[in-house]
Design a protein around this ligand. Sequence first.
Ligand code: PGA
Length: 253
Amino acid sequence: MAQRPYIVGNWKMNGTRAMLSEARAIDRAAQRLMKVEVAIAPPATLIHAVHKEADQIWVGAQDCHQSESGAYTGDISAAMAADAGAKFVILGHSERRGGHGETDASVKKKVQAALGASLAVILCCGESEDVRDKGKELAFVTKQLSASLPKMGNAAEKLTIAYEPIWAIGTGKTATPDDIGAVHAAIRKLLVDLYGAEQGAEVRIIYGGSVKPENARELMSVPEVGGALVGGASLAADSFMGIAAAAADAFEE
Ligand code: PGA
């Protein structure tokens, strides 16, 4: 795969304008690391400000509504996120599925809405600890993804899948390289089945869940891992760009 590694920071509900200096530092460091595609998804309140500050990195949203506009208090549409400067949107994160009742069906509508507004999509999937303990993660993840992915036309190039085992998010635990490799291989197979060999191979699959500068090189060396979705460690430029540098090393091997 000739693609550059894709390292995406998910700031979640963290950051006020005081964090713009960190975004600037990330952007400057990314300009010195052109082998890596670096992006951040700040809270919606900061999308426009980060977009204004950034020359190199992509800026994205953490969610969008499935409708274009209307009486949906507190929500933002894909077109609004794009208007603020977002180039992509993270959809179906387990914190949205779990905390906001999002279902595979609603996530699928959001993916369609985002692609319709010309946003790239990072679609998240991943199993709970209970599913993992039962050894059912491959079946779970492929079922979740099949139900969350719409027909693509030729939009597969705008799609990234993020595999994030729920038990690894914010916990300091990570899946083993072998386990990650097995899930990513199953996701690749599904993508090829759904979108054909050529388009299915184009979709990036990234890993998320307690990725840190210390473990990034090992995780980014796993076959079919095309980058990382980073929560906690993306809030400081040093640790986030440490992960990006490790990814550059891993991809050069
Ligand atoms: P974490 O979060 O890196 O803090 O585990 C990852 C995510 O939820 O995207």
